[in-house]
Design a protein around this ligand. Structure first.
Ligand SMILES: [Zn+2]
Length: 315
């Protein structure tokens, strides 16, 4: 069983998704499941986990209220070989979901189910679809096939075309409370000391799945260093040239998204020691958000020029 296959089949909800999942089970037992669901919520709060659980529940043959893990439907979904289940995401190393991938997925969902009652397709993240890809999906959303169910996952549903959003039943999923996140993460990383676990959660700004990934992949030290470098830059206490040099191997998208988080934290805290005025911070926030949006749409920005400009604005 591959790691990917395991992540695309889940037997139980994350603690903070319990109520949302219970609601879905009621809808399922009343046979009122819509043809398209849009699960939205904070990035790094495990929306993909819930999508995998919903898909597994729809594919299970046991007629129980959650995936039994024993029937043929569950076994094939667990092994990543279920012919009626597809998980659509950008190819490794790519940010966007293009029209060809979506067209192929659309033809999949329109076929008759081969093993059970339904075909299920998860699109994660749905906001990765290009405009052309989203348009290719639109017809299926307008005239849904009888047995096909689409589960769209997005932490940025506002980036989806309104025409797509309006044809899905929107489910806003909650993020964990700080206590829930810490307790869950400690349970997942029980071989690590609790200080390291808390530090990861702080560094990830509460995004519990992101924190777990850093802990499991040994990336916490690198992320802590990135935040240290960017905090220094933001507070005007480190030299721009040395920061730019220190960040030369870090992806620009990661630098900008981390910087955005740090600016948002500074704005929330109304940090009086901060050298920048609130107004400067707001301006920088909007600028960084604009650049980040451009990169996510596939625009190539000149990396060093951008970093030096950020550094100069923070001086
Ligand atoms: Zn089952």
């Amino acid at each position: 069983m591959t790691v990917d296959a395991v992540q695309r089949w889940q037997a139980a909800p994350l603690p903070w998704h319990s109520a949302t999942y219970d609601q879905f089970r009621r809808v399922l037992s009343d046979d009122r499941v819509p043809h398209a669901l849009l699960l939205s919520g904070s990035a790094g709060a495990g929306i993909e986990h819930l999508a995998a659980l919903v898909a597994g529940t729809l594919l299970c043959h046991s007629l129980q209220s959650s995936p039994c893990g024993l029937c043929d439907g569950c076994r094939m979904a667990q092994a990543g070989s279920h012919g009626d289940y597809r998980w659509l995401e950008p190819e490794a190393g790519k940010r966007a979901l293009g029209i060809d991938a979506v067209r192929s997925a659309v033809s999949f969902i329109q076929q008759t189910p081969a093993f059970g009652e339904r075909k299920v397709m998860v699109i994660a993240p749905a906001h990765a679809m290009t405009i052309a890809a989203a348009n290719a999906l639109l017809k299926t959303l307008e005239e849904p096939p009888g047995n096909g169910i689409l589960v769209l996952v997005s932490s940025r549903p506002g980036d989806l075309p309104a025409t797509v959003r309006s044809r899905c039943q929107r489910v806003q999923t909650p993020a964990p409370s700080a206590d829930q996140a810490l307790a869950w993460l400690r349970g997942q990383c029980d071989n690590m000391d609790s200080q390291t676990v808390s530090a990861a959660l702080d560094a990830a700004d509460g995004a519990v799945m992101t924190a777990m990934e850093w802990l499991q992949n040994g990336e916490l030290a690198a992320m802590t260093e990135l935040r240290r470098q960017l905090s220094g830059l933001l507070q005007g206490t480190s030299a721009p040239v040395s920061t730019v040099a220190a960040l030369k191997d870090v992806e620009l998208e990661l630098i900008l998204s981390t910087l955005l988080t740090l600016i948002e934290q500074a704005l929330q805290e109304g940090d009086s020691d901060h050298l920048k005025s609130q107004r400067d911070l707001f301006e920088l926030h909007d600028q960084v958000r604009g650049w980040l949006g451009a990169i996510r749409r596939g625009v190539n920005l000149a990396r060093d020029t951008l970093l030096i400009e950020i550094a100069q604005r923070c001086q």
